[in-house]
Design a protein. Structure first.
Length: 304
């Protein structure tokens, strides 16, 4: 059996909380491929269902230009991505997400087979599950923003949307600590804050159906825990943009941190040639690591 995807801007993604809190590493592109599969899964699907992901549709939804070679590298890694989590019954599950990927020549279609162990965590949902917006999940650029968005989505429908987590546990969930050596990728709090938390806060709060804030908790001189507060914005609507400037709209929102209303203003006030010229300058500054807040700089540059 095979399922093809139509445009799914308003789709909702579902997964068991066991996956939300699982420990694993995945790039942003790998995540986006998996999100596309998640959007297509139906409870009544046979266990051997194969899911189709269209490269063209993925590029349309994300506003990105994705090369075939990048997709092939991503699916090759995705097949090997290992996760570990505790199931609701208390069992420890060690598994991969995807069992195989086949490229259909000349069609720009990837046919993916889910791991038989991971599939129930997308369809056999009871009390402990997470819901996310496909659009928000896809357009978050950072792999850390994507994972944190999943984590915060677990709390958005709960009465108490505040929670405390140890820095150690959060880093482990984001696979920032090597389980064999104990080496921490961002050992200093300032590095973790500046490279993971703050960029994710800017992205999520500007693009998703929720926002969050956090307060570091110190023990002595070291930050050992973090208090997070999540706010859900259920009435936030996805603003569609069609026509010849759709790709530019996607770039402004997906890559340069603008809100959708800001992107509309930019397209109304500036020519496409001027937009592309200015965005090229922003990209150069990003590559030279001259910008800390790309969205704020881009908004100021275009006067929105």
């Amino acid at each position: 059996m095979k399922h093809a995807l139509s445009l799914l801007d308003g789709a909702t993604l579902w997964q068991d909380n066991a996956l939300t809190v699982a420990r694993y590493e995945m790039t942003a592109l790998e995540k986006n491929i998996l999100y596309m599969v998640m959007a297509s899964i139906k409870k009544e699907d046979a266990p051997n269902t194969l899911y189709h992901v269209s490269a063209k549709e993925l590029m349309t939804l994300t506003g990105e230009t994705i090369k075939v070679a990048d997709l092939q590298r991503a699916t090759k890694r995705l097949i090997t991505r290992f996760f570990e989590t505790t199931l609701p019954n208390g069992h420890l599950l060690q598994a991969t997400f995807v069992a195989s990927a086949e490229y259909i020549t000349g069609q720009g279609i990837i046919e993916l087979e889910l791991s038989q162990k991971v599939r129930p965590l997308y369809v056999e949902l009871k009390e402990r599950f997470t819901t996310m917006q496909l659009h928000a999940a896809l357009t978050l650029n950072s792999k850390y923003a994507k994972r944190l968005y999943e984590l915060f989505s677990m709390y958005k429908n709960l009465p108490d949307k505040s929670f405390r987590i140890s820095v150690q546990e959060l880093k482990e969930r984001l696979d920032l600590i090597d389980p064999k050596t104990g080496k921490d990728r961002y050992e200093k709090w300032t590095h973790f804050k500046n490279r993971v938390l703050d960029p994710s806060e800017h992205e999520i709060n500007g693009k998703a159906d929720l926002s969050f804030s956090y307060t570091p908790i110190k023990q002595g001189r070291s930050v050992t825990q973090i208090d997070f507060t999540v706010q859900y914005h259920p009435k936030q609507q996805i603003v569609a943009y069609e026509g010849p400037n759709a790709a530019a709209f996607g770039r402004l929102t997906a890559h340069f941190g603008l809100r959708q209303d800001q992107a509309h203003k930019v397209l109304a006030l500036h020519s496409l040639a001027d937009i592309n010229r200015q965005l090229h300058k922003v990209q150069l500054r990003v590559l030279n690591k001259e910008l800390e807040n790309v969205g704020a700089y881009t908004a100021k540059l275009f006067g929105v």
